[in-house]
Design a protein around this ligand. Structure first.
Ligand SMILES: NC(=O)c1ccc[n+]([C@@H]2O[C@H](COP(=O)([O-])OP(=O)(O)OC[C@H]3O[C@@H](n4cnc5c(N)ncnc54)[C@H](O)[C@@H]3O)[C@@H](O)[C@H]2O)c1
Ligand SMILES: [Zn+2]
Length: 356
């Protein structure tokens, strides 16, 4: 078991990573005042696999009520947020009670937002169960729901009291979800950690990755920790976590958020970003091919066609400020930088490198 301390002044918390730590969900409350009630929020795929284990542990400290929501992005909505408020008030929760999010990024984001607003904020433990949520969404305190106007448009920055990562839960993920999450791991390799990238290059099979999963998740959380500690509110450094995401969003939008999972879109987006960087003379030549080879070896898509107007639609993306856009470019594997370029130039370059 490994522990990482996130030092955000006033909101310090631990990320606990290990196999089987799900059985110890209640350990957080050791030597602390116990809440009278805990609302456990999960989804219908995760509940039959892991809810009982977590309930059993939490019941040793408190009365537990479990709410099982439908799985999928549409649950990150105003409707299910309201459902959670109703469940919490029916349960008679007070400000000293706790919320626990058990599931992927959807449950984590929704429940995080809910906890941040319930009675002006109650404590939340995050127990992420997808690779994406373990290395990315559960760390850093961003919460959100989707609204008809767009994804993640309503949310808060709200740090959890603890993140509990049981890497054993990854065994039940489909390959699509597992490798989708791995795209974010590859991203950390490209922007920050050459060793991580090279380790994946050498042994890209799921069983090889699972053999080292605790170290891999720890490494990724540690990178995100360093970034978030320097830029909690996403006004500077934190933008580097968007490497591959601008082109990735073009793919997600073009396929109506259903054709490809987020990680698949981001994987190809990283190839596009690296090609762009090479064209601009910022990225070491050969980097795009190296990223492409790795994502191909982990069964992530290496070519995703989109219509030309989709590439131009980026001008409307939220990352476009005025007429320029901040793009994250790799310098080489293991380091990156942010470059501001006119949106028109970005679109032209996208067109030039997309199908290279
Ligand atoms: N807050 C942030 O900083 C941040 C960062 C990145 C992404 N996100 C958000 O995260 C969400 C995506 O998260 P996700 O990819 O985890 O999706 P998800 O929560 O929808 O989970 C993916 C699927 O896997 C299932 N599942 C979860 N754990 C499982 C397990 N252990 N075994 C079997 N099945 C399991 C879920 O039921 C779901 O069907 C998006 O809404 C995105 O906006 C947030
Ligand atoms: Zn992402």
């Amino acid at each position: 078991m490994k522990t990482l301390r996130v030092n955000i002044p006033g909101y310090e918390y631990d990320i606990v990573i290990g196999k089987g730590v799900l059985h110890h969900a209640a350990d957080y409350f050791e030597n602390k005042k116990k809440p009278a009630k805990i609302l456990l929020v999960t989804d219908e795929n995760v509940a039959p696999l892991y809810a009982e284990t977590v309930e059993k542990s939490l019941s040793s400290v408190s009365q537990v009520k479990t709410v099982v929501l439908p799985a999928g992005e549409t649950t990150k909505s105003m409707d299910y947020l309201k459902r959670l408020y109703d469940e919490a008030f029916d349960f008679g929760m007070t400000r000293s009670d706790f919320v626990v999010a058990l599931g992927g990024g959807v449950i984590g984001d929704l429940t995080g937002f809910f906890a941040s607003t319930l009675l002006r904020g109650v404590g939340i433990l995050q127990i992420p169960t997808t690779l994406l949520s373990q290395v990315d969404s559960s760390v850093g305190g961003k919460t959100a729901i989707d609204v008809p106007q767009g994804k993640n448009l309503v949310g808060t920055f709200y740090q959890p009291k603890q993140v509990l990562i049981d890497t054993d839960t990854l065994n039940s993920l489909s390959d699509k979800e597992f490798f989708g999450g791995l795209a974010e791991v590859i991203k950390y390799g490209v922007i920050w950690d050459k060793n991580l990238f090279e380790m994946l290059e050498k042994a890209p099979a799921r069983k090889d990755i699972m053999a080292r999963i605790e170290d891999i998740v720890y490494t990724c959380c540690d990178i995100k920790r360093q970034v978030v500690e320097q830029d909690e509110h996403d006004t500077g450094l934190r933008m580097i976590l968007n490497f591959g995401h601008t082109a990735g969003h073009i793919v997600e939008k073009a396929y109506d958020y259903t054709g490809y999972v987020h990680g698949e879109a981001v994987a190809f987006g990283m190839v596009v970003a690296a090609r762009m960087g090479e064209k601009m003379g910022i990225t070491v030549p050969g980097t795009a091919d190296r990223i492409r080879a790795l994502i191909s070896n982990v069964s992530l898509p290496t070519d995703i066609p989109v219509e030309e107007e989709q590439l131009l639609g980026v001008a409307l993306d939220k990352k476009a400020s005025g007429s320029s856009i901040s793009v994250i470019l790799a310098e080489e594997i293991g380091s990156c930088k942010t470059v501001k370029i006119p949106v028109s130039e970005f679109c032209e370059m996208c067109k030039a490198v997309w199908n290279a």
